[in-house]
Ligand binder design. Sequence first.
Ligand code: PGA
Length: 303
Amino acid sequence: MNITFRQLKIFEAVARQLSFTRAAAELHLTQPAVSMQVKQLEQEAGVPLLEQLGKRIHLTEAGAEMHRYARAISTLLTEAEQVFGEMKGLKRGRLNITVASTANYFVPRLWATFRVRHPDVTVSLDVTNRAGLIRALAENQTDLVIMGQPPEDMDLVAESFMPNPLVVIAPPTHPLASAKNISPQRLQGETFLMREPGSGTRSLTERVFAEKGLDASTPIEMSSTEAIKQGVEAGLGLALLSVHTLEMELALQRLVVLDVEGFPVLRDWYIVHRAGKRLSAVAQAFRDFILQETTAIVHVPQV
Ligand code: PGA
């Protein structure tokens, strides 16, 4: 049989409409063109597919069979079109990611590996604090968010992909730098450097302080993790930060992690999107990549 997709498509419309005129109108063809394609299909099949009874046309048994195949083939074709369309999307797509300022320390490394595999995909990476991340999700301004603590009162899909321990840091010259099992109460009276309200690190620090009965009423507030690290190094005070922000300073021994009881506080990193959001092929691929490969690429400093 030498059947063409065009013949099948035209036959499918005739069989569904049971009318040459309506099928021709639907396909923007003339009626003789439609009749001719159906006739050629019948010749190829070697059996009549339609019969005319009075003014109306009916499907023969072979016609009903052919209609079934025509529908199945057309569904597969549409599916193939979608798959290739998405592949094109993946090849040349664009991704908007919004990440916590503390995730800033490892996301560019992940993107670099992803980009080797998808060199034509472009990214716009927005870095903000937790309040900014929540706003980006609420206003649907981003494809994917990487954050420490997804809010519980929003309809989100949040998947954890790596541990995110929170530690107490000090300069190496601090009297407690080499002490063991420091009780949290010994930190009372120390000055703490804290991130701005709206920061996830800040709210977690406040929660931990409340749990341990510590008073954090007079912190030095700084709206950047970099500034906090510089401040701690310079002897301004102590701070609680995610270990992911400290890789370099710990390796160079410019900062030390204090051995405080109950620390590190263990939590996870999450990749998040709004429930019901249709992720693009690129977003889907990046999400899968993060979930499956982060731990092989990003090293969590041991504390
Ligand atoms: P942030 O990020 O302190 O920069 O807001 C951390 C988080 O989302 O937990």
